[in-house]
Design a binder for this molecule. Structure first.
Ligand code: HEM
Length: 319
């Protein structure tokens, strides 16, 4: 009797510990402590130069990370170039003529390889560069769990189907995030990434011409550079006041019906996320803290670890 109680106890403890660790596999912040102790310094110094040259690059790298993690996990798959025999994710709908920052990742990879040959994955470089870009633009910092390995394949169809589009409604966004293990609150706080960066006219035209839950002056201003026809690639800031500063102004925009994308404004349109949006709009510390935690969660989506995948030598091609 005592024995069977004991063994039940151990089974329960074992299952609980599996559950506790399953969400972040074997990632660890000290993964490269012995094998590439300077990796964080190398990445941050390259990011400092890149952001000094063009502030928007911090936003572009952040978006690359999101689009990497949402397609078969954070495995560097978005970084692979198409070849005659290989179709990757770069030319999927959400990325083509839109995803940018690949050259910066190449530069960082070259610098990291020069110090620690064949050791640090492209997926981890992207995770670190993303954090550093946000810090350089005035946003929160966090410790990045490391040890991801790089995919040997990519999936254009998964990129087409699993990355949400700008005309998505709230229920679609919530279910697309849920399918990656992220909650509605994670959706709302991660969308705060749109406090930095730019969007093309073709992605917000319908909103500024046809929607009614929009500030009239804001719509008029946006129409000056986003005509009803033509000008598809003309850019506008996703957040107007401080588009190169990582702050909580995105949420003030939403409260004032100045969300640029349809998928932004649905977070504050009489639905389940209104109260969280309102609270972030008045509490930048809460936004920073929750954003950092949600980025770690985003970065934990299905990493390749152990002997799966590989450490790519060149982020654009499989070894
Ligand atoms: C919730 C669903 C989301 C949708 C529908 C969406 C959609 C978009 C679209 C359409 C653009 C403009 C692309 C272009 O014009 O070329 C954009 C830009 C951007 N997105 Fe999102 N996004 C979402 C969530 C996120 C998340 C979760 C992050 C990061 C955590 C993120 C980070 C960014 C950044 C930083 C930019 C600016 C990129 C740049 O300036 O190069 N987005 N997004």
């Amino acid at each position: 009797m005592a024995n069977s109680l004991n063994s039940h106890f151990f089974v329960v403890v074992f299952i609980l510990s599996l559950l506790a660790f399953s969400s972040n596999a074997q990632l660890s912040p000290t993964f490269y402590a012995k094998t590439c102790p300077n990796v964080q310094t190398i990445v941050s110094s390259a990011m400092r130069q890149a952001v000094a040259k063009e502030a928007r690059i911090g936003a572009s790298i952040l978006r690359l990370f999101f689009h990497d993690c949402f397609v078969n996990g954070c495995d560097g798959s978005i970084l692979l170039d198409d070849t005659a025999t290989f179709t990757g994710e770069k030319n999927a709908g959400p990325n083509r003529n839109s995803a940018r920052g690949f050259e910066v990742i190449d530069t960082i990879k070259t610098n990291v390889e020069a110090s620690c040959n064949a050791t640090v994955s492209c997926a981890d470089i992207l995770a670190l560069a993303t954090r550093d870009g946000i810090v350089l633009l005035g946003g929160p910092s966090w410790t990045v769990p490391l040890g991801r390995r790089d995919a040997r394949t990519a999936s254009q169809s998964a990129a087409n189907n699993q990355i949400p589009g700008p005309s998505s409604d709230l229920s679609t966004l919530i279910s697309m995030f849920a399918s990656k293990g992220l909650t509605a609150s994670d959706l709302t706080v991660l969308s705060g990434a749109h406090t930095i960066g730019q969007a093309q006219c073709q992605f917000f035209r319908t909103r500024i011409y046809n929607e009614t839950n929009i500030d009239t002056n804001f719509a008029a201003t946006r129409k000056t550079t986003c005509p009803a026809t033509g000008g598809n690639t003309n850019l506008a800031p996703l957040e107007t006041l401080t588009p190169t500063r990582f702050d909580n102004n995105y949420y003030a925009d939403l409260v004032n019906r100045r969300g640029l994308l349809h998928s932004d404004q649905v977070l504050f349109n009489g639905g389940s996320q209104d109260s969280l949006v309102r609270s972030y709009s008045g509490n930048s510390a809460a936004f920073s803290k929750d954003f950092a935690a949600a980025m770690v969660k985003l970065g934990n989506i299905s990493p390749l670890t152990g002997s799966s995948g590989e450490i790519r030598r060149n982020c654009r091609v499989v070894n």
